[in-house]
Design a protein around this ligand. Structure first.
Ligand SMILES: NC(=O)c1ccc[n+]([C@@H]2O[C@H](COP(=O)([O-])OP(=O)(O)OC[C@H]3O[C@@H](n4cnc5c(N)ncnc54)[C@H](OP(=O)(O)O)[C@@H]3O)[C@@H](O)[C@H]2O)c1
Length: 320
């Protein structure tokens, strides 16, 4: 299902193990959705190796608490918090303007924020909430920050996808469920496939200029992401696992694949990859495959079409 990564790396590898011997001083990292869960741990781990880190959040008080703990535990004072609401194009544009006014170069971007399996809802601009937040919000933000990434090259962009992408591809004709019945899992799967396709197209456009993009499945980790789940959802998730059992990761192991994608020296010069358990996953279209990436999620033509559609929806072109 996957190619060998660094010796011994796998399901339970932690952020600190991934970063052993790695120095990130002089680099700037931006982590979205860092007020808790995987984002907070990703930010802590990167700061522990000397990176300056910007955490974005909606709940500023909670994120300030996280930042304070990171400064105290790592001794790194270069940890800032910024407000960013990915379900609002105006908030994203205002954030990007503030960010670019303060920083002209960015080396690590972790598009981590996400919402899962929520009831049908719409963003402030009318997009279906999961597609709008998980994909379109990050699409606009990444496009706006691209000049800083190019200036910061070599740079990496990590998009948090999920094994949930195996649920299905992106409906390019009706991504916002305007003409088809809403299904919360179909919607999550579509958004998480969009995260992989976005990495594929970013790589095609920026890879030659040493800005590389990857998508990751972090594993199954008990976080606030499960806030919308009901008992039947857990039953459904269990059934989809090998042996019918959910194999949970700690938060430190859950954030490890993001940190691996953002920093691993063995990935230098590579991009457009889908990683899981700190390994490069292979394409696997077998029904019930326990891992791997679906071929529709790395389809170069679909990736190009999604980029154009996303430009149309956010009302801005990024001729990168
Ligand atoms: N945990 C897992 O098992 C798992 C599995 C596969 C993939 N993932 C992916 O991993 C990523 C991180 O998830 P997690 O487990 O750490 O979940 P989490 O604890 O719920 O964190 C998600 C973060 O996204 C933020 N967010 C949600 N909607 C937002 C919006 N409209 N604007 C700005 N920020 C928003 C949340 O902020 P608020 O606190 O303000 O809502 C929170 O900080 C997600 O992309 C998720 O799809 C997780």
């Amino acid at each position: 299902m996957s190619q060998p990564g660094r010796d011994g790396f796998g399901h339970d590898t932690t952020t600190d193990q991934v970063l052993e011997g790695i120095d990130l001083s002089g680099k700037l990292a931006l982590v979205t959705g860092a007020s808790g869960g995987l984002g907070a741990e990703t930010a802590r781990a990167l700061a522990s190796k000397g990176a300056a880190v910007v955490l974005t959040a909606r709940d500023m008080a909670r994120a300030e608490e996280v930042a304070k703990r990171i400064r105290e535990s790592t001794g790194n004072d270069a940890v800032e918090v910024e407000n960013l609401e990915l379900d609002s194009l105006a908030s994203i544009r205002a954030f990007a303007e503030r960010f670019l006014a303060r920083h002209d170069a960015l080396q690590i971007l972790v598009n981590n924020a996400g919402v899962m399996a929520c009831p049908l809802a719409r963003t402030q601009d009318g997009f279906e909430l999961q597609f709008g937040t998980n994909h379109l919000g990050h699409f606009l933000m990444t496009g706006l920050l691209a000049p800083a990434l190019l200036k910061g090259a070599p740079a990496r962009i990590v998009s948090l996808s999920s094994r949930g992408h195996q649920q299905g591809s992106v409906d390019l004709d009706d991504p916002c469920f305007e003409r088809r019945p809403y299904d919360k899992w179909e919607s999550y799967g579509q958004a998480k496939t969009a995260n992989v396709l976005f990495a594929v197209e970013l790589e095609r456009r920026l890879g030659e200029r040493d800005v590389h993009a990857h998508a990751v499945h972090p594993g199954v980790i008990a976080t606030d992401l499960a806030r919308h789940l009901v008992p039947e959802d857990y039953e459904r998730m269990r059934k989809r696992q090998p042996g019918g059992k959910l194999r949970l990761k700690t938060v430190e192991a859950g954030a490890a694949t993001s940190v691996y994608a953002a920093t691993a020296p063995e990935l230098e010069g590579r991009g457009g990859l889908y990683l899981e358990d700190c390994h490069i996953a292979e394409i696997d279209d077998a029904e019930g495959a326990p891992g791997g990436v679906r071929s529709y999620a790395v389809d170069a033509n679909a990736a190009k079409r999604l980029w154009s559609l996303s430009e149309e929806l956010v009302g801005q072109s990024f001729p990168l």
